[in-house]
Design a protein around this ligand. Structure first.
Ligand code: SF4
Length: 513
């Protein structure tokens, strides 16, 4: 065997050894009942045509590679953003293993969340006993300051009532009567991780605000980021910008520390997060601002119902979007935008001016969460680039109308179209039939890059195959600069790769770009 204790090969080499090649060939010939290669090639070519695209877009009962995750994953994300908060998922254990691993692979951090492991008996008789035992165990073993509960499909299909079950568990003494247990129902057969995020943040606010009366007069504002793969970098950047302005702000669901704990010999199950006293006090804030509208609709409705001013943005990337956000903060708080931020704005404009010639007229496809797609669309048009396909599997009709309106607001968006509810197999058809120069999206776009030859710029969630992107902001003037550099790096990589044949194309293989 090629593999031994003295000679350990990783998979890059191991599976190319003759033994494994023979094994794989044998498996294909004897067990896979595969079609002849020539037939496979013929069908692959057909899937690149307009005829196939029309069939693909007519499908109703099947989703292939959706660019979204399920609701409780977003709820687990949000739960982690509060001080001493333990995410508790009422439902199946396997689902929670998926949420933890999905988030851990992106943030490269251990992600804590417990499950009460419903099995067949709970599916028949209901999950009350699981919650009674699960809350008691969680409280004793992990010593949280709050438990934030969500549900998987299994609990939702049988109709478990979290509110009643938590009250029952408190009566039985699982946790003290005054211990905060926030909850939200997160049925995954509707919505996505962004609606799960929304439900959990609202659930936490309700746990602290319900039955309380708001006091007017505060100039403080609340800021909620929405489900965001760049939360570590973005929240820190927003905090810095608010500090520059002298604005008193409470960041709700602040995951910036717990998703970026140091290696110093101490394991931190809980780290940072919005202080629970601050969550309670956030009721009295003047306003709640959201950086991502589609991720926080119910949260903002709830804040508004309590008498707060609310305003939402769409993943503010770029000069115009950052201007709008800062001007809104300034108007609400009466704090001026300081020279330091005005200078950052000027530096971003300068960087754009330096590079715009390489971006002008380039065509892009974008996929991801609804707000991310809108933020990037707006920034690309600001750069003179042309967003052509804008696809959000978890986008709805409202998002479609808003995105098409955004595209229509610039001549660079004239050839663009929003695709709500479509998946990455739809995107494949779009890229083959109406090709673009670049694709922007998550790691899952690498299969589209391989299939269609469209270079992928990794921006979004999840990013599994590149490290540490989440530490760098993509919001604000500084964050926009990071996005600009990411896009330009790929543009120049492609330029180099297409001009590097000695004596053939290298007349343009330049040192200076
Ligand atoms: S879709 Fe439902 S069953 Fe699947 S991981 Fe999400 S909660 Fe679990």
């Amino acid at each position: 065997m090629p593999q031994s204790a003295d000679k350990v090969l990783d998979h890059f080499e191991l599976f190319h050894q003759p033994e494994y090649q023979a094994l794989l060939k044998n498996k294909k010939e004897c067990f896979e009942n595969a079609y002849p290669d020539i037939k496979v090639k013929e069908v692959v070519e057909w899937t690149k045509t307009w005829e196939y695209r029309e069939k693909n877009f007519a499908r109703e009962a099947l989703t292939v590679n959706p660019a979204k995750a399920c609701q409780p994953l977003g709820a687990v994300f949000a739960a982690a953003g509060f001080e001493g908060s333990l995410s508790y998922v009422h439902g199946s254990q396997g689902c929670v293993a998926y949420f933890r691993s999905h988030l851990a692979r992106h943030f490269k951090e251990p992600i804590s969340s417990v499950s009460d492991s419903m099995t067949e008996d709970a599916a028949v008789f209901g999950g009350l006993n699981n919650i009674v035992e699960g809350l008691a165990n969680s409280y004793k073993m992990y010593k949280p300051k709050m438990i934030a509960m969500s549900t998987t499909c299994m609990a939702e299909v049988i109709g478990d009532d979290l509110h009643a079950f938590i009250a029952g568990a408190k009566e039985k003494g699982s946790v003290p009567a005054d211990f905060p247990v926030a909850s939200c129902h997160t049925p995954s057969f509707v919505g996505s991780h962004i609606t799960g995020y929304d439900a959990q943040v609202k659930g936490v606010l309700q746990a602290f605000w319900e039955g309380k009366t708001r006091t007017e007069g505060s100039s403080s504002i609340n800021i909620v980021g929405g489900f965001d793969g760049y939360a570590v970098g973005n929240i820190r950047e927003l905090k810095r910008m608010m500090a520059e302005m002298g604005v008193e702000a409470t960041f709700l669901a602040d995951v910036s520390d717990v998703f970026d704990t140091p290696t110093d010999g101490t394991y931190r199950m809980y780290d940072g997060g919005t202080k629970l006293d601050d969550v309670a006090a956030a009721l009295n804030a003047k306003a709640t601002l959201s950086l991502q509208h589609y991720s926080t609709i119910k949260t903002l409705e709830y804040a508004e119902s309590k008498g707060q001013v609310t305003q939402a943005f769409n993943h503010p990337v770029g000069v115009g979007a950052t201007d709008e956000f800062l001007m809104a903060v300034s108007k609400l708080t009466g704090k001026a935008i300081p020279d330091s931020l005005t200078k950052e704005r000027g530096r971003l404009v300068d960087a754009i001016a330096d590079s715009v010639a390489h971006l002008h007229g380039k065509k892009f496809a974008i996929f991801g969460d609804p707000d991310l797609c809108m933020g990037l669309t707006r920034f690309l048009m600001e750069l003179g680039a042309e967003p052509v396909h804008v696809l959000a599997t978890n986008g709805n009709k409202d998002w479609e109308a808003a995105t098409n309106e955004l595209l229509a607001s610039s001549p660079y968006g004239a050839g663009g179209k929003a695709w709500p509810g479509k998946d990455l197999w739809h995107m494949r058809s779009l890229l083959f039939t109406e090709p673009v120069d670049f694709l922007i999206g998550s790691t899952y776009g690498k299969y589209l890059e391989r299939d269609t030859g469209t270079p992928l710029i990794r921006i979004g969630f999840p990013i599994f195959d590149r490290h540490h992107h989440h530490r760098y902001p993509v919001w604000g003037y500084q964050g926009s600069l990071n996005v600009l550099v990411k896009i330009l790096d790929k543009v120049f990589d492609v330029m180099d790769a297409s001009t590097n044949i000695t004596g053939v194309t290298d007349i343009s293989y330049d040192i200076i770009r």
